[in-house]
Write a protein of this length. Structure first.
Length: 332
């Protein structure tokens, strides 16, 4: 007899620890963003700048740093709960969200859940895949709008080690509404809440790539069946092109995808082959049955969200070509 008390309990403590660590890491990043917002003459978004003691002691910066962390965590949590609650609605076992703290520009690598039950139907696959990006986007949108309303335009002096961020179409539309045409030598100093919305859009767009078991992979497979493989191949090619001309970080995705394809194609070696198969999209029983009209409409709305949210160059002037040119200048 299956005794519920004898089943292994999920390690919720690990989810809790990762959540607290991610709150802390995003808070520290938020302090740097707030310092750049409150004191634009000494921006925090540079390679050689840090968060000094003053940032922890100044009440306004402390509050704004916490606000960035709270808003970003709400967006990430909504995204993962969209997946989790949809799994629960279909009676599928899934873990609580695992948040990933990181000492990077955002303070996190995002979050994920692990679905432990097999997904057998297209509508389940589509609903689970779409619920996360829709929930995250719905919350990132007002965060971006409110944050832009409190952002400001200030002269920006480009210096060694500084960098600027790319802009999705939605951000460009919002900045045009709030600020119009920017004068020469000026830039938008983002309010921390606006930056949280920007990160939310970036996370949403990355998850919507039609690759493997990303949200976009689920959605593309549910909408287009086995034709999704062509979209995946196109996405891998796009990663390479974007890495060369826009942002070198995309090359990591492209190289990883190519290695995955080679491992699956030639079944080598066994350990890597089994690991790669876990990333390959599982088939569903009703693969040849079209999605209903309502879900197809939602699917195209999600595609539109990807177009509006995608950022070809999250960090400007860091393409492979640009880095090679800089290296060549350094050699001379």
């Amino acid at each position: 007899m299956d005794d519920a008390s004898s089943r292994p309990r999920p390690k919720a403590w690990l989810n809790g620890i990762l959540f607290v660590l991610t709150v802390a890491s995003t808070f520290v990043v938020g302090l740097g963003l707030s310092q750049a917002y409150v004191h634009p003459d000494s921006p925090a978004l540079s390679a050689d700048s840090g968060v000094g003691l003053q940032s922890f002691l100044e009440p306004r910066i402390l509050v704004l740093g916490g606000l960035y962390s709270v808003v970003l965590m709400i967006i990430l949590t909504a995204h993962e709960l969209g997946h989790y609650l949809t799994c629960r609605r279909y009676g599928l076992a899934a873990t609580l969200p695992y948040f990933l703290p990181a000492p990077n520009l955002f303070g996190t690598f995002g979050a994920f859940i692990k679905i432990k039950s097999p997904i057998s139907r297209k509508q389940q696959l589509f609903d689970i895949g779409a619920a996360g990006p829709l929930a995250g986007f719905i919350l990132a949108l007002p965060a971006l709008a409110v944050g832009l309303a409190f952002s400001k335009v200030a002269p920006v002096a480009a210096g060694e080690g500084t960098f600027s961020l790319g802009e999705p179409l939605l951000f460009k539309l919002g900045s045009a509404i709030f600020f119009g045409h920017l004068p020469a030598g000026a830039d938008i100093i983002l309010h921390p809440v606006a930056f949280a919305g920007w990160v939310g859009l970036l996370v949403t767009s990355i998850n919507l790539f039609p690759v493997g078991q990303l949200d976009g992979g689920h959605i593309a497979y549910a909408m287009f069946g086995r034709a999704k493989r062509y979209l995946s191949s196109a996405a891998l090619g796009a990663f390479i092109v974007l890495g060369v001309f826009c942002f070198a970080g995309w090359l990591i995705w492209g190289i990883f995808g190519l290695l995955f394809a080679v491992i699956v194609r030639f079944k080598m070696p066994r350990g890597l082959y089994l690991a790669a198969l876990r990333l390959k999209h599982p088939e569903v029983y009703d693969e040849n049955v079209p999605l209903d009209r309502r879900r197809m409409i939602v699917g195209f709305i999600v595609i539109l969200i990807f177009v509006l949210s995608f950022i070809p160059d999250p960090v400007k002037d860091y393409s492979l070509l640009g880095l090679l040119k800089q290296a060549a200048k350094g050699v001379k």
